[in-house]
Write a protein that binds this ligand. Structure first.
Ligand SMILES: [Fe+2]
Length: 202
């Protein structure tokens, strides 16, 4: 079999397990929300992506390859599969804070940790409709970004450090329409700074 044919073999991805127990993020994000979000919403994106990959073979091997190579419905489902796995890792069962090295980067690029959290909360609150709020590294600087629906900075070569899902399914069971309360809990108590540092290569 030639290399080109081999590269176009049908890809299949499993739903990645959560990095912690379903109740580990409570009370900020309840076990009920995590079970529904991971077991139903994320699973649906992964299943739909796998169905589409049977009809639309993609050159590559990883989920990142599929996101970067696809458009339309396949892109939306693959990006949602990637974003959700990144989201679970962006959250921590325990309160963490940036290391001294990362704190220096945050202070340099945002002014202070508090100004960073204000900017992240503001951007996530103001995002109209469904989407994601991110801490990214872009051109050597840390920045807050938002994307709508399934879109992801990873597709454009930006280095993602952390994300928060701001689709209603991420908070509606726990907070109803009060997105700000969900954001306050997640940003104040559940960001995984060890994951951010890993992504930054610190
Ligand atoms: Fe979600």
């Amino acid at each position: 079999m030639g290399v080109a044919q081999k590269a176009l073999q049908t890809l299949h991805f499993d739903l990645p397990p959560l990095p912690y127990a379903e109740d580990a993020l409570a009370p900020v994000v309840s076990a009920e929300t995590v079970a529904l979000h991971h077991g139903k919403h994320q699973r649906k994106y992964v299943d739909t992506m796998n169905q589409l990959l049977q009809k639309e073979p993609v050159r590559g091997a990883t989920l990142e390859d599929v996101v970067r190579a696809s458009r339309g419905k396949l892109f939306s489902n693959a990006a949602q599969a990637w974003n959700h796995d990144f989201y679970w890792h962006s959250l921590s069962p325990k309160k963490t804070r940036p290391s001294a090295a990362l704190s220096r980067r945050i202070d340099a690029d945002f002014g202070s940790y508090e100004r960073f959290t204000d900017e992240l909360a503001g951007a996530a609150t103001d995002l109209f409709g469904s989407g994601w709020a991110w801490l990214v590294e872009d051109g050597g600087k840390l920045a807050v970004a938002t994307t709508s629906n399934a879109d992801t900075p990873m597709a454009y070569g930006k280095r993602c450090l952390l994300t928060i899902d701001v689709w209603e399914h991420a908070y509606y069971v726990d907070y109803r329409n009060q997105r700000e309360r969900y954001l306050s809990g997640v940003i104040g108590e559940r960001l995984n700074w060890e994951f951010a540092e890993l992504n930054l290569g610190l």
